[in-house]
Design a protein around this ligand. Structure first.
Ligand code: HEM
Ligand code: CA
Length: 712
């Protein structure tokens, strides 16, 4: 072993100089230049440390990084803070940024993994069951240039992947108490706390941050419109008619609760809203399962009725019958009707909601998705795209007069699907997720098709992560006139299934979403959408609507894993105690969680997701972002018809892609309304009175269709 502690003989100051080869006089070490330089550096370091220490203490920034680890693609930070002020942790390599408020116990741990082009790997073992046991036989034509209506044959090796009426994908195995069907219980065997109780205790009257002045309210109808393209799983109401089914659950005799009432959401006697109406529960109907389609899979498996690709199936339908029913079969156009001189979706003659639970609506639209009438915002967007389809079909037919109705219809359908993808990936997701998550989850840049990727929508996404975006639904929709004054406002919660208000208000509603700042991101939903009481016409009593309770209960209904498991799936540290949640959840909320749940392992996914602090530049926390990011990655690389994929029979030409990439939601709104002027970044809030100079005339928003002109 080499002894590094050389013994210095102080009696002899002379040693052989290796360069001069002669004896040289050795100076005392304090006179040597290396020593002087070292001392100067030391003094500078000590002084700057003192200055930084004082500065950081004052600003509440990081003062003790006691663990910093950098693996190939992962960064871990554990740090303590000294005050209650916000903390910034930044790493320049691979850009991992966190900006969160400290919890009152002054401890912040941030652990983010950076996945440059990666995603979550499913660890569920049941994803293949439906395809082995129940999937219909399908024959595909690999040369087809248009999508099928139900999404089959997109993936030629697995033709049923992503098709309508196939199961949601699971990232983790379903969690049911009996393994198959009954609601998850807590680790100590107790039932989970009532979904309403959780909502009230954590979120009631928590509306403190009102506006997000960077974005307008259009994120909400777009988010919902997009949801209706990729998801639909109705309640299981096989044997009863809406809305009276389950009314018997209200009966006072609680000695024998019918099985179908067991999943009702219990309301406590001291509920701040419902106690005064003597309402003791919300009816809750479980989702329809594969059993309804003669496919008795276990555990409980939910089939998605809409195609699971972003393909405008909510405009056209997820099966041929619906699609045909919406067509005129002339010039590629969709059926529509004129009301008060404007074009609207056709009437749905069979609608069961003419006498809806909240009132009567003479207007019931028909569209590709049966939920077109759910609320005014989604109805507005369905009508917007109906108008846009017909506008585009006219232009394409004019450009190519010889094209048949079928060709014009299919080509327009193909472009509309592509436009929804462009707006989603270029404009919507960067705001929702932020640029860093966009890069981490591989959501930017040229798409390369990967047939090994199943594009089906994750159960954890549709019953959990994407619903967390319900927190930006505003309490009121403004109707704004052409001179920018608010002429009316409607509560979305009160106009469910009542789309007649849209007639004559189309432009006013669009202006309302465009010219109103969005609801700020925060853990709670707006107070109205969670606390609306209404009288059921055919029941002598009151009922209510609470989106938060339904979201929590739906997660349990569909067997979502609890929050702690989702954290781990997303690369976050498993919490062993409630305190371990302090990396992303405030200590006040942790205390409330403790009062509701038996252990940290019992917390519902959406509850944790809503409480997590969003990463800087994103509207969601990491265990929400990871599921949303993974889903949109699969919708992109697993879709053979994705708009910028090259080399497939259905691919657009490079010139067409160039033209499509320029489209914004402003183009659609200009072509389908009388607005006249639009801003370039449609989702950004621009005060119309002050910023009118940066609004552009609708003349400048025209999709260049020349690449679609067929060369004769
Ligand atoms: C005015 C706006 C909105 C209203 C009134 C609304 C209302 C609802 C309701 C009533 C449900 C069904 C609840 C249940 O019984 O389980 C639902 C489901 C859902 N919502 Fe929203 N929502 C709105 C906007 C949004 C937005 C902005 C997003 C996401 C960006 C979103 C994502 C979802 C998802 C993923 C589901 C489950 C999908 C499904 O049922 O197939 N919603 N929403
Ligand atoms: Ca679809």
């Amino acid at each position: 072993m080499v002894n590094i502690f050389k013994k210095v003989d102080n009696s002899s100051q002379l040693e052989t100089d290796p360069l001069l080869g002669s004896k040289a006089e050795i100076q005392p070490f304090w006179k040597k230049s290396w020593f002087i330089i070292c001392m100067v550096i030391l003094i500078v370091v000590v002084f700057s440390t003192i200055i930084l220490y004082v500065f950081y203490h004052k600003n509440g920034s990081l003062n003790d990084i006691h663990h910093v680890e950098s693996k190939e693609n992962a960064f871990t930070f554990n740090a303590t803070t000294s005050s209650d002020n916000p903390v910034n942790v930044e790493s320049n390599e691979n850009v991992v940024t966190y900006n969160g408020a400290t919890s009152s116990n002054n401890s912040v741990n941030v652990e983010y993994k950076s996945y440059p082009t990666s995603r979550v790997s499913s660890i569920a073992t049941t994803n293949g069951d439906y395809f082995k046991q129940c999937a219909p036989a399908v024959t595909c034509n690999p040369d087809d240039i248009y999508r099928t209506y139900n999404g089959s044959c997109n993936n030629l090796q697995n033709p049923n992947w992503g098709a309508a009426l196939t199961p949601f994908y699971r990232l983790m195995n379903a969690e049911f108490d009996d393994g198959n069907n009954t609601f998850r219980v807590q680790l100590d065997g107790k039932p989970l706390p009532s979904a309403r109780q959780v909502g009230v205790t954590l979120f009631y009257m928590r509306d403190i941050r009102n506006y997000d002045h960077a974005n307008n309210e259009l994120l909400v109808p777009w988010g919902q419109f997009l949801t209706h393209d990729i998801s639909y799983y109705p309640d299981d109401i096989r044997n009863d008619s809406t809305p009276a089914h389950l009314d018997h659950c209200f009966e006072k005799d609680k000695t024998k609760i019918p099985i179908e009432c067991e999943t009702a959401i219990l309301i406590a006697a001291d509920d701040p809203v419902y106690s005064q109406y003597n309402v003791s529960l919300f009816k809750f109907v479980r989702s329809t399962t594969s059993v309804n389609f003669s496919c008795p899979l276990t555990p409980r498996t939910i089939l998605n009725r809409n195609t699971q690709y972003i393909d405008a199936s909510h405009v056209y339908g997820s099966n041929k019958k619906t699609a045909d029913g919406l067509r005129t079969f002339a010039n590629g156009k969709l059926r529509s009707r004129i009301l008060e001189d404007e074009e609207y979706c056709p009437q749905n003659a069979d609608s069961e909601f003419k006498d809806g639970p909240l009132g009567k609506s003479d207007v019931q639209f028909a569209a590709g998705d049966v939920n077109v009438n759910q609320n005014l915002a989604i109805a507005l967007f369905q009508n917007l795209f109906l108008r846009y389809h017909n506008h585009l079909a006219d232009e394409i037919q004019t450009l190519n007069p010889s094209w048949s109705d079928e060709r014009v219809y299919q080509e327009t359908r193909r472009i509309v699907g592509a436009i929804i993808q462009v707006i989603t990936y270029e404009h919507f997701l960067p705001i929702l997720l932020g640029d860093e998550y966009m890069k981490e989850y591989g959501l930017t840049g040229q798409t390369t098709y990967d047939p090994s990727i199943n594009s089906a929508l994750a159960q954890e996404m549709t019953s959990g992560a994407f619903r967390a975006v319900h927190n930006i639904i505003p309490a009121k929709f403004n109707l704004i006139s052409a001179n920018y004054s608010i002429i009316d406002e409607v509560e979305p919660s009160r106009v469910l299934l009542q789309p007649d208000l849209l007639i004559g208000n189309f432009d006013n509603m669009l202006r309302g979403f465009l010219d109103t700042p969005g609801r700020a991101v925060q853990p709670s939903y707006n107070n109205l959408i969670t606390n609306v009481v209404f009288k059921i016409p055919n029941l002598d009593g009151y009922s209510g609507f609470d989106l938060m309770s339904y979201d929590i209960q739906r997660g349990r209904d569909n067997g979502l894993p609890p929050y702690n498991k989702m954290r781990q799936l997303c690369g976050l540290k498993k919490a062993n105690t409630f305190k371990d949640l302090s990396d992303l959840i405030s200590s006040e909320d942790i205390e409330t969680l403790k009062s509701l749940y038996s252990t940290v392992h019992d917390i519902d996914y959406i509850v944790g997701a809503l409480l997590e602090k969003p990463r800087n530049g994103s509207m969601v926390g990491p265990s929400t972002a990871c599921v949303i990011g993974d889903s949109f990655y699969r919708f992109k690389v697993g879709d053979r018809f994705f708009y910028d994929i090259l080399g497939q029979p259905g691919s657009f030409t490079p010139e067409q892609i160039k033209s499509l990439k320029k489209i914004t939601l402003s183009h659609i709104m200009c072509a389908s309304s009388n607005l006249g002027h639009m801003q370039k970044e449609t989702f950004r809030y621009v005060d119309p009175k002050i910023m009118s100079s940066i609004m552009y005339s609708c003349e400048s928003y025209k999709l260049d269709l020349s690449p679609w002109k067929e060369v004769q």
